[in-house]
Structures are given as structure tokens and as C-alpha cells.
Design a protein around this ligand. Structure first.
Ligand SMILES: [Zn+2]
Length: 259
């Protein structure tokens, strides 16, 4: 049984709300003068996160990758893609599509605010707040650490010249170092509740690394050119493919099997 509530379907993708996402109320409390305003701002934050995740999901769809569902948690949303492309180009575009949605919202709201000023219309106070919220969401997600989108961008950029496994190791190491630094700062300042975030980053970075290292074993490779005749690709388990000769067994001069 899953703990989340189904909010319905958006663009053919099931949308779930985890109870922890309701704590978003306390995250934005104080920014608005009354309770109704706080609820509206909290809903706008969750809505912005849904649009961010839809950015990932719809870009993935362009590459034929379906999204099982999108779930909202306190620390953001998770779009469960059926699989991640193993080549860097599509992964880069799918990853960037999320923050791009937030920056698009910033641009649209900037235009709306500018236009309202031009014609002397006073907008509700929530409009500039949603703008800055999306700016923070876009920038924060581009931090070059797992599980942020920026960690995937860094990995995609690095994997072009050092390979996916090595690139993940670098991005995961950076994520863990930043998590330890952030955790120490929170600890020294007595921000114990906020310690969950660096802890989450540390665990997610380690999990991503283990998953990619497992994919680096034989069978996990895609986009490999066909081997020359008489050879096959083999992996030593270190993420590097080597050409090895195919064993040709000749049995009684007529029956051949290829190993
Ligand atoms: Zn994202």
C-alpha cells in the first residue's frame, strides 16, 4: 500500500501527494499576511514543482521514455521515469527541461509584472513571490550535486571524455563533499531539522554511484558500434569495453556455434 494520495492525472501521468508535502505550509508560513495567503503560496510552490517534474517527463517522452508517476514530497518532486537514457545527450536535455520550466515561469511573470506596472495595475502580492520561488527552484536544482539536476548535468558533461562511470564517481564525490560541508554548517548553527537535506544528498549520491557502477557491467552498454567480424565486445567490469576474439568451435566440420 502506498502512503501517497492520488491527485489525478496530468498529461497522462499519475500525480501523487506524499503527506510530508503538506509541511510545505510551515516552509512558507510567515511570508504571507494570513493563513489563506500561506495556503495559496504553499499550493503555488507545489504547483511549480509539478511543472518542473512535467518538464522532465515530457522531454523524456520525446525520447520514447514513459513516466510511471510524479510524487510530491517535502523536499521536492520525483518523476519516476521508466528508465534513464544511458547516452549523455538525451539525459542532458531531459535534466535541463525541469529547471528550464522554472526559468520560463520567471520570464512570463517578469513580463506580467512589467506590463502591470506599465498600465498602472496592482497585482496580488503573491505574484512576485511565485516569481522568486521559481528563480530559487531553478538555481537550486542546478547545483552540481546529486540528486539535484545539476549533478546529472555535470555527469552528462563529464561523461563525454571520462566515461559515464568515472563521471558519476566525480559528481557523486562532489555531492558527498558538499553534503558534509553543508551538514557541518547546519550542525554548527544548531539547524538540526535542516540536517535531513545534506543527509539525503549524501545517501542519494552514494545510491546513484552504486547503480551506475552496476550498469557498467556487461549488458549495461548501449550505443556501442557493431564489433568487427570475428570479434565481440567484453567488459572488464571497470566500465571499459574491449574487443575480444570470438571463439569459434568447429564440431565435426559442419556444426558451428558462436560463443
Ligand atoms: Zn528536476
Amino acid at each position: 500500500m502506498r502512503l501517497s494520495w492520488n491527485l489525478g492525472r496530468v498529461a497522462g501521468i499519475d500525480l501523487f501527494l506524499h503527506p510530508s508535502a503538506l509541511l510545505v505550509y510551515f516552509l512558507v508560513a510567515g511570508a504571507m499576511p494570513d493563513m489563506l495567503g500561506t495556503i495559496a503560496l504553499g499550493a503555488a510552490l507545489l504547483g511549480s514543482i509539478v511543472l518542473h517534474e512535467l518538464g522532465h517527463a515530457l522531454m523524456a517522452r520525446r525520447y520514447g521514455i514513459r513516466t510511471a508517476d510524479i510524487t510530491l514530497y517535502l523536499f521536492g518532486g520525483v518523476a519516476r521515469l521508466e528508465r534513464m537514457p544511458r547516452s549523455a545527450g538525451p539525459e542532458l536535455l531531459i535534466t535541463l527541461a525541469g529547471p528550464a520550466v522554472n526559468f520560463a515561469i520567471v520570464l512570463v511573470l517578469s513580463a506580467v509584472i512589467g506590463l502591470a506596472e506599465l498600465i498602472g495595475l496592482s497585482l496580488p502580492v503573491i505574484v512576485p513571490m511565485v516569481l522568486s520561488m521559481n528563480l530559487v527552484l531553478g538555481v537550486f536544482n542546478l547545483l552540481p550535486i546529486f540528486p539535484m539536476d545539476g549533478g546529472r548535468v555535470l555527469r552528462a558533461l563529464l561523461s563525454g571524455w571520462m566515461g559515464r562511470v568515472r563521471a558519476t564517481e566525480v559528481a557523486a564525490l562532489l555531492g558527498r563533499v558538499l553534503a558534509v560541508v553543508g551538514g557541518t554548517i547546519f550542525l554548527l548553527n544548531g539547524m538540526f531539522l535542516q540536517l535531513i537535506l545534506p543527509l539525503f544528498v549524501f545517501v542519494a549520491a552514494s545510491m546513484e554511484l552504486r547503480q551506475v557502477q552496476a550498469e557498467g557491467r556487461p549488458g549495461g552498454f548501449t550505443n556501442v558500434p557493431p564489433p568487427p567480424a570475428g570479434f565481440r565486445w567484453a567488459s572488464g567490469g571497470d566500465g571499459v569495453l574491449r574487443l575480444v576474439p570470438i571463439m569459434v568451435h568447429v564440431q565435426s566440420g559442419r556444426d558451428r556455434s558462436w560463443g
